[in-house]
Design a protein around this ligand. Structure first.
Ligand code: ADP
Ligand code: MG
Length: 415
């Protein structure tokens, strides 16, 4: 398994990855970051929510830091909509919190004075520009864009840009850029029009294609909004006297919570066992075999068993904690309803896991039904991303270093 450490990022970049709360690269990041660092052209196709933004931002920031070259526009990201421009800019604010890279996002509809500021930032050679095609064409025709130092062009959500009729604009933009550059295309789908564009603008590209399976049709998915303190009671409430369920798989995020949950359930006479990374390989195999052979009812696991191991006919999967990696959710839920059988997957969402669960819903492309808590429980948290958890996720672990001003957007225009 790849870790962010494997990429040898600059310490300030590693620090920002940490502050964003990313613990390991997603599949698309693991596959594309080495390609981009290796200066190759790329076409990458992966579903929404798989982490494509960081996949291109991190290696480009790494190149800027490595060369210690902050002179001129190095990266141009072309996106279909204002919303996406803002989203990428937000990511970028997180990743550049500890590094002196200047960025600007330009899109239609910004106020006149903002547009003036943006134009002068761009004329001054802001390091990273995120732009919608229309605004970019205006900048080019007004002769504000100086692309002489450009190293990388990214076309994000390329399929959507073509759907919105931006083909000619993209070609026009590309004709204004240096021939010697790295070009990266990201897309959620790979229709023939995209292949055609890729052929035209990419130079001997590496192709990365990740399609992950959606949860099987037969799985009934539900979720409880529940305070952390109430989770043990809720799981006992759900599992008590459910003898018709022969095999139940419970996932918790850490060894510690696996062990403490095991202790609680054991204490209440549930038939259960655990699997986690402290067990030797032979012990893991034994536990899994006993579970398959229905020698006990409930297996409590960290995510080491969520991938790869084939256990058929699990009746119920419970995510006691929301997996931080959305793809892990799909793998876990995939443990139930194998071979066309019906299965149920339930997830406990506490107030700080709302963001992660919304990411999961984006990834699977549907909303999971929120179930009411049993009557004697305290009301659960609301299904909204709270300001507090938001802040912690973005900037939780560190303060910006002295000397790095947060108002990077104006840094260049003042000089
Ligand atoms: P895409 O462009 O593929 O649709 P995004 O880049 O917008 O996906 O990322 C989707 C969500 O996943 C964002 O909220 C982002 O912060 C989060 N994310 C990205 N990479 C990671 C990671 N390695 N670990 C945890 N969360 C991540
Ligand atoms: Mg994206």
């Amino acid at each position: 398994m790849t870790s962010f450490k494997d990429f040898d990022f600059h310490p300030s970049i590693e620090e920002s990855i940490d502050a964003m709360g990313f613990t390991k690269p997603t599949a698309v990041q693991a596959m594309t970051i080495p390609v981009i660092l290796g200066n190759k052209d790329l076409i990458a196709c992966a579903q929404t929510g798989t982490g494509k933004t960081a996949a291109f931002l991190l290696p480009v920031l790494q190149r800027i830091m490595e060369n210690d070259d902050f002179d001129g526009t190095k990266l141009l990201v072309v996106v279909p909509t204002r919303e996406l421009a803002l989203q990428i800019d937000q990511h970028l604010q997180g990743f550049t919190y500890f590094i002196p890279v200047s960025t600007v996002a330009v899109y239609g509809g910004s106020a006149g004075d903002v547009w003036d500021q943006q134009k002068s930032a761009i004329a001054a050679g802001v390091n990273i520009i995120i732009a919608t095609p229309g605004r970019l064409i205006s900048l080019i025709s007004l002769d504000y864009l100086n692309a002489g130092k450009l190293q990388t062009l990214v076309l994000d959500e390329a399929d959507r840009m073509l759907d919105m009729g931006f083909y000619d604009d993209i070609v026009k933009i590309i004709n204004k850029l240096p021939k010697k550059r790295q070009t990266l295309m990201f897309s959620a789908t790979m229709p023939p029009k995209i292949r055609e564009l890729a052929k035209k603008i990419l130079n001997d590209p590496v192709e990365v294609n990740i399609s992950i399976a959606k949860p099987a049709e037969g799985v009934l998915q539900g979720a409880y909004l529940v305070h952390e303190k109430d989770k043990p009671d809720l799981i006992m409430d759900l599992l008590r006297d459910r003898h018709e369920l022969k095999s139940i798989l419970v996932f918790a995020s850490t060894k510690k919570s696996v062990k403490s949950l095991h202790k609680k359930l054991k204490g209440e006479e549930f038939s259960c066992d655990t699997i986690h990374s402290d067990l030797e390989q032979q012990d893991r195999i034994k536990v899994l075999n006993d579970f398959k052979n229905r020698k006990f009812q409930i297996l409590i696991a960290t995510d080491i068993v969520s991938r790869g191991i084939d256990i058929d006919s699990i009746d119920l999967v419970i995510n006691y904690d929301v997996p931080s990696d959305a793809e892990d959710y799909v793998h876990r839920v995939g443990r139930t309803a194998r071979a066309e059988m019906e299965g149920v997957a339930l997830t406990f969402i506490n107030s700080s896991d709302v963001r992660s669960f919304k990411n999961i819903e984006t990834l699977i492309g549907s909303t999971v039904h929120k179930l009411p808590l049993p009557p004697h429980f305290d009301e659960g948290p609301e299904y909204v991303i709270t300001k507090g958890s938001d802040h912690r996720k973005l900037y939780g672990k560190g303060k910006p270093k002295k000397g790095f001003k947060k108002d990077k957007k104006t840094r260049k225009d003042q000089s």
